[in-house]
Design a protein around this ligand. Structure first.
Ligand SMILES: *Cc1c(COP(=O)(O)O)cnc(C)c1O
Length: 381
């Protein structure tokens, strides 16, 4: 019988080659590995030995890459220094100077600037289009287009991508696909298993889950991951052994955390739907009964003073990130999407009244209570 998701998280089926059989993989906090003679060194280059130098490979990043590949149902994976470096490695594994990308216009801000500033300067053009209209995506495809790039659930408005459509379109035009699965997590969505070529995670978020690391993971087709691995090595985008170890430790509880956080998020979203001081609640209710992701975004009503609302959140802290076990809030317009030109944020619906909530594992009644009281407290007389 195939193992279930919760079991794969803890037992991703890696062969234990450690000389000392520790229950948990130790932290290989070393910059390099040693050899007893030239023969052993030669063995490494023939692909028989294990490790040489930590930038080119280390057991802790390897463990993390393999574990995320296992739960995504992908044949290969690589861990990197951040979500952005995983995206960079994934893009460069497919696209080179003179070629073209079609990307969703509501990508994470950092990803937008990577494409728009850095890659554009290196001769890689990107057209940003709304992926809510697949005809528009198709119209943006050029003869030199190589890659379609979107997110399975978008930030901060939680649009759920129809990945089957993306795969169909890519097949029709012979393109590769890259999907950022950070918000959905492998618990809710496995883009590789429906035909997406490369899946990327900011492991800083739910994969790590405890707001104590910056890391990324890229999983997908074996040939593309081999190319991405060369980019990570050549660009020096490797993750440190300790960060990888912490991330692997966090990953083991992904299923537990996501069950609880998604259920809490759904309950909070439902409670806020009924609150007359909220203009709109963004949450993908229609996807599954148990909740679909742990982010809830709300648009405060006109009668709510935004500053007072943020000051009235009791133990819930303002943090420019998401996905920890503690509930936090962020203000997209003034943080993650700050650098966007005003007309762009306006067009995307990212306004002053928009609040993104990353729901944690506290008791849902306490979470709901803080938001209800903050709303009452912030009403303009
Ligand atoms: C945070 C985030 C990233 C960037 O990840 P870093 O680890 O900060 O480099 C990319 N995509 C999404 C959807 C994110 O939320």
């Amino acid at each position: 019988m195939e193992k279930k998701f919760e079991t794969i998280l803890l037992h991703p089926n890696r062969e234990d080659k450690k000389p000392i059989k520790s229950k948990v993989t130790p932290i290989y906090q070393t910059s390099a590995f040693v050899f007893t003679d030239l023969e052993e060194l030669e063995d490494y280059y023939q692909g028989k030995g294990n490790y040489l130098y930590s930038r080119t490979g280390n057991p802790n990043p390897d463990e993390l890459g393999a574990a995320v590949a296992a739960i995504e149902g992908a044949p290969a994976g690589i861990a990197t220094s951040s979500g952005l470096s995983a995206i960079l490695a994934g893009v460069l594994a497919v696209v080179k100077s003179g070629e073209h990308i079609v990307a969703a216009d509501d990508l994470y801000g950092g990803s937008f600037f990577l494409l728009k500033e850095e890659l554009q300067n290196l001769g890689i053009e990107t057209t940003f289009v709304s992926f809510s209209e697949y005809q528009e995506v198709e119209r943006a495809i050029q003869p030199n287009t190589k890659l379609l790039y979107t997110e399975s659930i978008t930030n901060p408005l939680l649009r759920v991508e129809d990945l089957h459509q993306v795969v169909t379109l890519a097949k029709k035009h012979n393109l590769q696909t890259l999907v950022d699965n950070t918000f959905a997590t492998p618990f809710h969505s496995n883009p590789y298993t429906i035909g997406i070529d490369l899946v990327v995670h900011s492991a800083t978020k739910y994969i790590g889950g405890h707001s104590d690391v910056t890391a990324g993971v890229l999983v997908g087709r074996e040939d593309l991951i081999a190319k991405a691995r060369a980019k990570v090595v050549n660009l020096g985008a490797n993750v440190s052994p300790f960060e990888a170890w912490l991330t692997s430790r966090g990953l083991k509880t992904l299923a537990l955390r996501m069950k609880c956080q998604s259920e809490n998020a759904k309950q909070l979203a439902k409670a806020l739907l009924d609150n007359q001081n909220i203009e709109k609640v963004y949450y993908p209710f229609e996807q599954t009964n148990d909740g679909f992701g742990a982010i809830v975004t709300i648009k405060l009503g006109e009668e709510v003073d935004v500053d007072t609302f943020f000051k009235s959140l009791a133990w819930i802290k303002i943090a420019p990130t998401l996905a920890g076990v503690e509930t936090t809030v962020s203000h997209p317009l003034k943080t993650s999407h700050r650098a966007l030109p005003p007309e762009r944020s306006e067009a995307l619906g990212i306004t002053m009244e928009l609040v993104r909530i990353s729901v944690g594992i506290e008791h849902p009644a306490d979470i709901i209570n803080v938001f209800t009281e903050a709303l009452n407290n912030a009403l303009n007389e």
